[in-house]
Design a protein around this ligand. Sequence first.
Ligand code: HEC
Ligand code: HEC
Ligand code: HEC
Ligand code: HEC
Length: 214
Amino acid sequence: MTKILLSAVAVLIFSSPSFAVITGSAHDFSASTPSGEICILCHTPHGADTTVTNAPLWNHEVTATATFTTYDNTSATQDSTPGQPNGVSKLCLSCHDNTVAIDAFGGATGTGTDLVATYDLGGTKTAGYANIGTDLSDDHPIGILYDSALVTADGGLNALATATTVGTDTIADILFSSMVECASCHDVHNAFGNANLLYRSNANSELCLTCHAK
Ligand code: HEC
Ligand code: HEC
Ligand code: HEC
Ligand code: HEC
């Protein structure tokens, strides 16, 4: 009986979202890589690409797109000026802007740029799914400096020290060099086990309300 109870407790603990992992997520490409590895598409222990600032031991071919069309609503309500995607967002766009073959890693040229056609992980996804493209004007702005000056200018953003309610994170902790990037909203390794690899579930728009005081 004690054993059964203990395993029930273990199941409860290990099924908690904070134990979620990349295995089995949309970023688990192990069934498609010749070596059956997961990390290798994005990381390598040796000979990494150092051309992107702060890239973590990067192994995937980096997008050559020089100019992305950025979000622009500055004549109306927007108080920030999104820059060209840099750092971590450029890494995401190395697969998600649809210009680089998904299987172009470790120096290989690769074959297909369509994410689903190359690595269809099942489900009802059709060609073009997860293709963000090089025109980011229809996407939530990234490359935005989220500092106290922007909080004051906007009037509807939470202060940087506000808790996100995920672990001990504050808003400042989910920014990259003080910037809102793709990885401010997403966790590439599925650490939180939310749909769409989100950092925080967006039930009741909780993800949005993390930063926006609406
Ligand atoms: C689809 C691409 C992708 C895959 C697959 C991937 N990573 Fe990452 N990884 C990234 C990106 C992008 C970052 C930088 C963004 C960030 O830190 O959230 C990163 C950051 C990291 C970091 C540094 C930041 C941190 O979270 O500690 C470590 C360590 C890491 N990855 C390990 C791994 C390991 C181990 C695997 C395989 C089990 C793996 N990654 C699989 C894309 C990937
Ligand atoms: C990590 C913090 C963060 C999260 C999470 C976040 N936003 Fe934002 N958002 C910002 C910042 C910073 C701006 C730039 C505000 C500005 O320039 O006035 C912005 C801009 C916007 C804008 C454009 C405002 C304009 O004036 O054109 C909209 C709309 C918006 N966000 C909606 C959302 C929605 C919907 C969600 C949830 C899906 C969300 N945001 C999640 C930080 C965030
Ligand atoms: C090595 C290429 C690669 C990199 C780098 C990469 N992705 Fe992906 N991502 C994919 C592919 C391929 C899919 C779609 C898999 C499928 O067919 O379901 C995907 C799916 C997704 C999805 C949809 C998840 C779902 O559950 O359907 C999100 C969100 C996402 N990626 C975000 C990101 C973000 C954010 C980054 C950077 C931090 C990133 N990706 C980096 C290849 C990549
Ligand atoms: C402000 C938060 C936020 C930012 C920044 C953000 N995303 Fe998302 N993303 C979301 C949310 C929320 C969803 C789920 C949308 C839905 O349910 O319709 C999503 C969905 C996705 C998907 C799933 C498929 C699709 O096309 O809807 C992909 C892929 C993706 N994001 C990639 C990215 C990449 C790459 C970046 C950076 C260029 C990025 N995201 C920046 C919040 C964000």
